[in-house]
Design a protein around this ligand. Structure first.
Ligand SMILES: [Zn+2]
Length: 453
């Protein structure tokens, strides 16, 4: 039995009462065994109380790990490689780079992304791969210790798609099913497969219909983008006579198992469809600002009953994978768009934790600090000057507006400590030091760019 006691912290539980407790948290193996005072004391079994490792987390918040519901680990190498452009030009550049990936560069890219995510307190992601080398993404995820849903990008249509990424609908589905068979449920359920039709422009109607059918039969998530730019909205209406959200609904994809990134350019009916169908909207505020795409009306989505979570999107359109940045940016944008009177900090702290877990259908497993759930936990040290907040301080305000990813001290996934004192645990996997991961990434990018030249 491995047991760790996080002692003397302030626990932001995200439980049904949204309690914030001065309490200890006991981790036994992969689960949260207790939250409260004396959870490792006489009330617990003697074997636990005698063998428990104690981490004093006074002055820290203990939180459920962040769940980012839209990232592209395959793009982490490409930070700084597509600057100063809007989405259409950005995609042309990024697709050319994705097409030049080999197994080594893909693995280096995903490893780099996992490290950044874990050190910043993200313990679970919904990831969209590229078309090829998706096994390498899963290998890197497996080695890193992060919890992930991932899937190959499906791209069987579109004039702009480079030949290296173009596939037939049959090839795309066949590879997706092979990856599903190999990886879904691996590592005791820490790794899972999600279908990832990239977006409407790159997917034929036949492929989208087959994804809807298979995902329904197999009980899998579908992960896609929609309504990111005004041009995409106009193009979809001219080709299909429907908005992207309306078109997805017409194909049978607007269901609770669909995680849809962006939803910036929505018409009135789109809000209703998203709310009533149970589609999970992933808000990516930094990416939407950097690519000049627009500001999603999250306030209206929430008012109408839609589920919203957060993601950094691809590293080169951000250029971070930092949930603190996304929570803060999202709260600031909605304060501007919908008024400062709403508790945006609380809303986006929830979107970053329990909301993400709900989007992935795993809120019975992670997303809050409650006994019986998996021990996906983070410890944030808020004792430094920038995070000062005196009497009556609201933890959500402090975490969203003042705390930083560099304040993350400890991170646990499945009860395993993957970050200790702000550092990736040495020995997590071969080549796992920060120096090795960044050095591998630099070398892999250099070789990849040479292949592009
Ligand atoms: Zn994306």
């Amino acid at each position: 039995m491995n047991a760790t006691l996080l002692a003397n912290g302030t626990v932001v539980t995200m439980n049904p009462s949204r309690e914030v407790l001065r309490a200890d948290v006991l981790i036994e193996n992969d689960v949260i065994a207790g939250v409260g005072r004396n959870v490792s004391g006489p009330l617990r079994s003697p074997s636990v109380s005698s063998g428990v490792r104690t981490l004093d987390v006074s002055g820290c918040y203990v939180l459920p790990g962040f769940v980012q519901t839209h990232v592209h680990l395959c793009q982490t190498l490409f930070k700084g490689q597509a600057e100063g452009v809007v989405l259409a030009d950005w995609l042309n550049r990024i697709w050319a780079l994705e097409a030049a990936h080999d197994s080594d560069s893909m693995r280096a890219s995903a490893a780099l992304g996992c490290h950044e995510l874990l050190r910043g307190g993200t313990t679970c992601v919904l990831d969209m791969g590229s078309v090829h080398h998706t096994d390498q993404v899963f290998e890197a995820v497996r080695a890193s210790g992060i919890r992930a849903f991932s899937g190959k990008a499906m791209m069987d249509a579109g004039d702009r798609v480079p030949p290296g990424l173009k596939e037939t609908a049959e090839e795309s589905m066949s590879e997706a099913l092979r990856l599903h068979a190999r990886w879904h449920g691996a590592e005791g359920g820490r790794l899972n497969y999600a279908f990832a039709p990239r977006f409407l422009e790159s997917c034929s109607e036949g492929l989208l219909r087959s994804v809807a059918e298979k995902a329904g039969e197999m009980g899998l998530l579908v992960h896609s983008h929609a309504s990111e730019t005004a041009d995409e909205l106009a193009d979809c209406k001219s080709r299909h006579g429907l908005t992207p959200v309306g078109y997805l609904e017409s194909l049978g994809l607007a269901r609770p198992n669909l995680a849809l990134a962006h939803c910036v350019h929505l018409e009135d009916d789109d809000f209703k469809i998203l709310a009533h169908s149970g589609v999970k909207v992933t808000h990516c505020p930094s990416c939407n600002l950097k690519l000049s795409s627009g500001i999603a009306d999250v306030g209206r989505l929430v008012r109408e009953g839609a589920a919203v979570s957060l993601g950094a999107d691809g590293a080169p359109c951000n250029n971070n994978l930092d949930m603190f940045h996304e929570m803060r940016t999202a709260a600031l944008l909605q304060s501007l768009k919908n008024g400062s009177g709403y508790p945006w900090a609380a809303l986006f702290l929830e979107a970053a934790t329990l909301g993400g877990a709900k989007a992935l259908g795993i809120s019975d497993v992670v997303g809050s600090v409650e006994p019986g759930k998996k021990a996906d936990l983070i410890v944030i040290d808020v004792s430094q000057e920038h995070a000062f907040c005196g009497a009556g301080c609201d933890p959500a305000t402090r975490i969203v507006f003042s705390a930083r990813s560099s304040d993350v001290r400890h991170v646990f996934v499945d009860g395993r400590q993957v970050v200790a004192a702000g550092q990736i645990q040495q020995g997590l996997h071969a080549g796992s030091s920060s120096r090795e991961v960044t050095s591998n990434a630099a070398g892999a990018l250099e070789r990849l760019l040479a292949r592009c030249a």
